[in-house]
Structures are given as C-alpha cells and as structure tokens.
Write a protein that binds this ligand. Structure first.
Ligand code: LLP
Length: 446
C-alpha cells in the first residue's frame, strides 16, 4: 500500500515538527494517531474534532528540558498558556516540571483550578486589572512581569494593602525587528508591550522607592512569535544582559533572572524550516555565557516561554467534507464542517496549513482543491490550493499543526458551537473539552 505523497514528503522534512510523532497509516488506508484510527475517533466524538497527542507534547517538552540541561545549569521552561489554555494540558505541563506563563485572570484561574504549582506561574500582560493583580497576589503567583508604569503603581498599591512582597520581572522592549507576521511581532520599538529602554532608570527608581513590597528579580522580553532565525533571540538576550550590567554598576544590585520569552517557529508546511530547539538552546546559552563573562556578571537563571513549539505539532483537527463546488474553469472548493471560528489563523495572519484526506491515505493526490470553511465570510478559507486525492462528501480532512492558537483563539461566530477536544495516548482517548451545544450558546443570554 502506498501512503500519499504529501505524507512521505513531509516526513522527510528536516524539522519533523509538523506531525504528531505517533501518526501512522493502518491497513485500511486510514490515518492513525496514538494507535487510534481517526475514522473510529470520529464515530465516537464527531467532527470537527481537535485531537491532542500527549506523547508529542511530552516529546517537545523533553526536547526543551534535555537541550537546556545539556548546555546550562539553571533554567525554567514556562508553557505559554495562551497557545492552548486547558486544565488537562496545564496538568501535564505541571507534572513535567514546566512553569506557566499566563496573561489574564482567566488563564490564571484555569491554572489555579488545575492545581498548578503557583510559584512557577509568571503573570504577563500589558493591561492587568486591579482585580487580576489581586487574584495573582492572593494565590501567591510566582512572578508578576510588569509591563508599564500604570501597572507598577497598581501593583505597589495592591502589594502594600495585602502586606505582601511581590517578586517581579520588568518587561523591556529591546528594539528588535524579526521576520514574522506584523501582528505577532512584539520586541520592536513601536510596540504596545513593555518599557522602552530609555525609561529603565525611571522604573528602577520607582521600584527602589516602593520599598520592600516590590522585589525586582530580573528582566523579560519577548520579541515575537513564529520566528525561524536565531539572531533576533541572541540579540535581545544580549540587550537584556547589558541592562543587568547597567543595574549592577549603577545600583550595585545583581539581578538573577533572565526571561527571554517564547517565539520559536514551527513547520506548518514543508517549505517552513525553523531552527531546532537544540540549536536554539545551544546558541542562546552560549550567548549568555559569553556575554556574562564579558560583562563580569554571574550566570542568571534562564527562563523561556515556548507555546507554539510545545503544543502546535501535537494537535490535529479532523473535519468532514460536505459540499463541493467546481467553479467553471476555476477553483474546486471543498467545504468542511468547521473553519475560521475553530482556526482563525488563516484569515487573521494568512497562515498556511497542510492537510491530508485521513480516510484515503492509500490514494495518491489527484486534484488541486481549496479547503473552505462553513462560515459566512469569503475569507474563510483554511487551505488554498492543495493537492489531495479525489474527495467526496463525508471524507475526513485532517489539518496538521492545530494544537496552538486554534482552540484558544476560537469563537462562536455564526452561532456555531465549538468542537470537542480529545487527548490521545497509547491507544486511548479522552475528552478534555466537551463539544459545545446550542444550549451553551444561549447559556448567558436573557
Ligand atoms: N511569551 C509572551 C510574553 C508572549 O506574548 C508569547 C506569545 C509567548 C511567550 C509564546 O510565544 P510562542 O512560543 O507561542 O510563539 N496568535 C498568534 C500568536 C500570538 C503570540 C502572542 N504571544 C498566532 O496564532 O500565530
């Protein structure tokens, strides 16, 4: 039996990030994940269906852990919750010794309800509310990553009123341009996130004046997401360390935590060629060691915050094909039972994805089609121009790399309930988020 070309080619892709590692094809020509036939999963759970492969998540987390262990002694890897904020995934991350980067009261609340080790939670965000800060302080959140003067004042007030010492990092804008979509760049100068370096002294004076309630541990920066090159990461790391030096010289304080954010890209198509986690770890840790030596600094604790590269390749979405439209002398549209509300990335960032026909893995590509969503927007196209075997209604279209920024960015546009999400491992599957119902859509309506 022959697997489709697409699968063979993509498995040859050097980065191998696109697929869950347990993906296979069985004797009936069906795609399998964690040893489970996707046609059986669909019978049990319906479509559209998000599927997360536990082993791939663990594998990716271990890749970060083992790579950093090889090159550096003192580090903490935070799972960036925004990629997919869900109790079960938080539990897995906690169990593996990862910390957590949260950006809202809701993500923090999910973490609390998952019994996440609170000292490993880092609270980000450019407009945290007083209520969110209260929640964080009440629950002994490990670090608050301060973004602006308004927040510093709120935080000082809250910490003082609760008589707590709050350990903080300062988010800096290093002024780094990186090559990614404009909407997911964050480290450039004209960014809404973080303090510009020229305000640093003012920040430090504020903290010094605040007294014992605010304890500065280090600096943070996050330059953007889906980044393929290493240079911007290395550059921003150096810029942060220069600020460590500045603090040491001017204030006689040696900061101990260097948080370099997340942002490592993954392959969504076979053309994508991101840096490997190991390569990234090697270069970043070398940069830190060399720069610290040059500046006469002790090696700080290294903190990083990957989201996409941990969870995106673990996820697939299974859709069912419905209507098929051949435009005379034009495209052939295959409409599926999901689209822009369960995966807003194509319409938002013109993101590209790869798909296969999961119940026809023994057939060769036969035609060029466009996979369209079912939402009432012309732009609701999941994949433009892809070679697939001939498709009929009820065929299963499986899209790869949907573990990150899919469920977490999903909506109920057109009053369509969100799909279910299941976790698979070792021939077993379990629901981790129930499929929404029409009643759920009306639950808050009067
Ligand atoms: N740390 C901070 C402070 C962040 O803002 C982000 C992502 C991360 C870590 C994790 O970055 P990652 O390793 O996942 O690239 N919705 C967009 C991505 C937005 C990312 C926002 N910040 C997308 O679908 O591409």
């Amino acid at each position: 039996m022959k697997a489709t070309m697409t699968v063979i080619e993509l498995k040859n892709n050097k980065s191998q990030k696109l697929y869950p590692i347990t993906l296979g094809i069985n004797k009936t020509g069906h795609l399998t994940i964690a040893g489970l036939d996707i046609t059986e999963l669909v019978k049990k759970y319906g479509t559209p269906l998000y599927v997360i492969d536990e082993l791939t998540f663990r594998h990716n987390a271990n890749e970060y852990i083992n790579s950093l262990k090889k090159y550096y002694d003192n580090f903490l890897i935070l799972y960036a919750a925004k990629a997919f904020a869900c109790k079960k995934i938080f539990k897995l991350a906690n169990e593996m010794g990862l910390g957590l980067d949260v950006v809202s009261g809701g993500e923090l609340y999910t973490a609390i309800k998952s019994s996440f080790n609170s000292s490993n939670i880092y609270f980000h965000g450019n407009n945290k509310s007083e209520e969110e800060l209260h929640l964080a302080i009440r629950n002994n959140t490990g670090r608050i990553v301060c973004d602006n003067f308004y927040e510093l004042e709120l935080l000082q007030k809250t910490a003082l009123s609760k008589n707590k010492v709050v350990e903080i990092l300062i988010r800096l804008t290093p002024g780094i341009e990186c090559n990614t979509h404009e909407y997911i760049k964050t480290g450039h100068l004209d960014s809404k996130f973080g303090f510009d370096l020229e305000y640093l002294d003012e920040v430090l004076k504020f903290i010094a004046k605040a007294g014992k309630n605010l304890l500065l541990k280090g600096f943070h920066s996050h330059i953007g997401s889906q980044i393929f090159e290493i240079e911007p990461f290395a550059d921003s790391t150096e810029i942060l360390l220069e600020q460590f030096k500045h603090v040491k010289e001017k204030y006689k304080v040696e900061l101990t935590e260097l948080n370099i954010g997340g942002g490592i890209g993954i392959a969504y198509t076979k053309e994508d060629n991101p840096i490997s986690i190991d390569e990234w770890a090697k270069i970043i840790t070398n940069t830190i060691k060399e720069k610290c030596k040059k500046l006469g600094l002790n090696l700080p604790k290294l903190i990083c915050e990957p989201g996409r590269s941990l969870i995106a390749p673990s996820g697939i979405t299974i859709y069912k094909a419905g209507s098929i439209k051949q435009v005379p002398n034009g495209r052939k549209f295959i409409s599926v039972d999901g689209g822009m509300a369960d995966n807003p990335r194509p319409i938002t960032y013109q993101a590209k994805y790869t798909a296969v026909v999961g119940n026809k893995m023994d057939l060769k590509e036969a035609e060029n089609v466009t996979i369209a969503g079912k939402y009432c927007e012309t732009g609701d196209i999941l994949i433009k121009d892809i070679e697939l075997p001939e498709i009929t209604h009820d065929d299963l279209i499986v899209v790869f790399g949907t573990g990150a920024y899919n469920y977490s960015m999903s909506s109920n546009y057109n009053s369509i309930p969100r799909p279910a999400c299941i976790l698979v491992n070792n021939e077993k599957s379990e629901i981790i988020i129930e499929r929404e119902t029409y009643e759920d859509l009306l639950a808050k309506q009067k």
